[in-house]
Design a protein around this ligand. Structure first.
Ligand code: DON
Length: 569
């Protein structure tokens, strides 16, 4: 995987400044929209249109959410899919309440803490990244089905229909999918289903613009449309999943599939400059750390220092570093280990953390005591929806790495996730990518691996203000926090807030990543003076944001990607 490779490279030479080509910025018109009634921002035009078509048929925001989830599963098969899982944050305007739903994958019942270790106890990173052993029990279909049953208004079948059409009629091969197919080709063409769906008869990646049709997936989606969640977790689709997994010596069983359950959780919440930030609680680390970063910075005069000034970047990077130290020390699945959420978000604790930030010099990672993070790879997707009633949806969904485990359940078009790689294989030992994991994130049967996905909703005066989220592993947390800072602290218009240069510091590795279009050379030189190891690197985030306007909504799909922001009046 390209991003894994880059990460690995950077670990090996983090003292150097690496230059990567500036990200291509797509035309602004597809990425920004203003509308009175409904708004959708998603990482694919087919998905945005699928969600809008549901509103046009009289569906509500949850119907649109389900339609977008199935459509994005088709349109970004390298990022997400019904073989994966995710999180939803849902702001219900009439109740003035934010719901959080967790349909993340869980470890199979037969999983063990040592399943990826050699007899000598050495980790084997590839086993949790590729092949049937990397597959965790998928949660997406169960989650969509339960959420729709509770809040949806259109018949279930109608919400699956746009995805079936997209899979059957296809869409033109776009740049990122092309890159992912090329990147994973050697492994992925070994799977006969993947080879016949995505590659030419000679096993080559098709040209950009080639129509990608997923007929097997269309048939699977029809079964799900007819039978609901049972169309996935029981019957012929379950048979195909288990047959494939068994033939490749994976662990997932019928019992795993039958017993998967979604969990409703209480969102984490924090105030920032008079706004209420609501985000995803554990097993995501995202919400806690987005709020921590904002709270640590709240009392610092960032606005007067200026966006992307040396001092503002220095303070922000230090706040990120502090938050990631806590992530490594405390976070995991709360159903298995107590996570001190309240303590981590306690105002006095955060003010102590904030006070410990040195304004003159960067803190070295080894001056701070804790154990480093489990590595997360760089694919996933996020979409955001708003409706005329003031409801908001922010949902991040994933199969983890590009094409997940690179295993397709035979004949179904389903690409199975490699979410097991979000667990720590072992405490304190570096994996292939140079990261080590924490005690609370070791593998246990039915446990959820630690996530960084941070679907976030902001309310103001008991009404909607903004909703956003992004893909890109640990970078999600810092990209979401920076977009909020840009909007609220620096008062940037939404497009500029999303498009601006971003930084990322995650404590380990101890580098300050800066993405195109970069900071000025003078600011970067001053940051190095302060002790930051500045590297240029693509961060991979793709923020999908919607902000309330006096007349309706302003939507922005990150110009770094091929998404679409579009609304209805
Ligand atoms: O749950 C997580 O944090 C990761 N599995 C997400 C992976 C991801 O965001 C990849 N993004 N592009």
């Amino acid at each position: 995987m390209r991003s894994l490779f880059l990460f690995f490279l950077l670990l090996g030479c983090s003292h150097q400044v690496r230059i990567v080509a500036p990200t291509v910025v797509q035309p602004r018109v597809a990425h920004e929209s203003v509308a009175k009634s409904e708004m959708v921002t998603a990482q694919g035009a087919g998905t945005t249109r699928a969600a809008l078509s549901i509103f046009q048929r009289g569906g509500n925001i949850i119907d649109a959410f389900v339609a977008a989830s199935f459509a994005i599963s088709v349109e970004r098969p390298h990022s997400t899919g019904i073989g994966g899982g995710g999180f939803l944050l849902y702001y219900h305007r009439a109740e003035n309440k934010v719901y959080a739903f967790d349909f993340r994958e869980i470890a199979p019942l037969a999983a063990t803490a040592t399943m990826y270790l050699t007899k000598k106890g050495d980790p084997q990173p590839l086993l949790s990244q590729e092949g049937a052993l990397a597959v965790a029990n998928p949660g997406l279909v169960r989650g969509l089905f339960e959420i729709h049953r509770r809040f949806g208004s259109l018949p279930w079948k109608e919400t699956v229909a746009p995805a079936i059409k997209l899979a059957r009629e296809g869409f033109p091969l776009y740049e990122e999918l092309h890159e992912a197919l090329e990147d994973r080709r050697e492994v992925f063409i070994l799977d006969p289903g993947a080879r016949s769906t995505f590659y030419t008869s000679e096993g080559r990646t098709p040209n950009l613009g080639t129509t990608i049709v997923q007929e097997n997936l269309a048939r699977t989606l029809e079964l799900i449309a007819d039978k609901g969640a049972d169309g996935f977790y029981r019957g012929p689709v379950a048979d195909a999943i288990i047959k494939t997994i068994r033939s490749k010596r994976g662990l997932l069983s019928y019992r795993d599939l039958r017993t998967y359950s979604m969990v409703e959780r209480t969102p984490v919440k924090g105030s920032y400059k008079g706004l209420q930030i609501h985000s995803m609680p554990p097993p995501s680390s995202g919400g806690i750390h987005v709020i921590q970063i904002l709270k640590m910075l709240e009392k610092h005069p960032l606005r007067s220092l200026g966006p992307q000034s040396t001092e503002a970047v220095h303070l922000t990077a230090n706040a990120m570093q502090r938050a990631f130290l806590d992530r490594a020390s405390y976070l995991g699945d709360p159903d298995f280990h107590p996570v001190p959420t309240k303590e981590l978000l306690d105002e006095r604790y955060l003010s102590r953390l904030s006070g410990s930030i040195k304004t003159r010099k960067a803190m070295k990672a080894d001056q701070l005591k804790a154990i480093p993070l489990a590595y997360e790879s760089s694919d996933t997707t996020h979409f955001t929806i708003a409706d005329r009633a003031g409801n908001l949806v922010a949902s991040t969904q994933t199969i983890n790495g590009w094409f997940g485990s690179a295993v397709m359940a035979e004949g179904t078009g389903i690409i199975l996730n490699n979410e097991m790689d979000d667990f720590a294989q072992k405490v304190g030992v570096q994996n292939l990518y140079g990261a080590v994991g924490g005690q609370n994130n070791l593998i246990q049967p039915r446990k959820r691996p630690l996530s960084s996905m941070s679907p976030t909703i902001i309310t103001k005066d008991n009404g909607p203000f903004m909703a956003l989220g992004s893909p890109s592993g640990t970078r999600i947390i810092t990209c979401v926090a920076q977009t909020i800072l840009n909007t609220v602290e620096f008062e940037m218009p939404l497009y500029e807030a999303v498009a601006a240069t971003r930084i990322h510091q995650q404590w380990m590795p101890d580098v300050l990543k800066v993405e195109a279009p970069f900071l000025t050379p003078a600011v970067e030189a001053e940051l190095r003076e302060k002790g930051h190891q500045v590297v240029h690197e693509k961060l991979g985030c793709s923020i999908q944001a919607i902000r309330k306007t006096p007349d309706g909504w302003h939507g922005v799909s990150d110009p770094r990607g091929e998404g679409l922001a579009l609304g209805l009046n």
